[in-house]
Design a protein around this ligand. Structure first.
Ligand SMILES: [Zn+2]
Length: 104
């Protein structure tokens, strides 16, 4: 004379709990990026571009998120204050964070 209602309720609760535990940490898989003011060859002024990676590793040059090869140097505070943010880099990163990679 088991109660079928309570039995099924108990049975259906386990998979839900299990699903919560196994939910992967999705944010860890988002590509890291950092911003650095660099001398832009086109603008002939400092522009704050985004780069792939966790942080600048003192390399002398790298490719920006928007696809430019730029020279890198340790920026001073003036550079951080005066360099405008690259709108192309910003737009690409915003698009990626919306979860539509590959669409342009
Ligand atoms: Zn850029």
């Amino acid at each position: 004379m088991a109660d079928p209602l309570s039995n099924s309720a108990h049975h259906s609760r386990d998979p839900a709990d299990d699903g919560d535990f196994r939910r992967p940490e999705v944010t860890e898989q988002v590509q890291r990026h950092y911003w650095l003011p660099t001398p832009d060859p086109d603008a002939r002024a400092f522009v704050r571009h985004a780069f792939r990676g966790r942080r600048w590793e003192s390399q002398s040059s790298d490719t920006t998120v928007c696809g430019k090869q730029v020279a890198m140097a340790k920026p001073n505070e003036m550079d951080w204050c005066t360099a405008p943010t690259c709108l192309e880099c910003n737009g690409i990163l915003v698009g990626e964070q919306r979860g539509s990679p590959g669409e342009s």
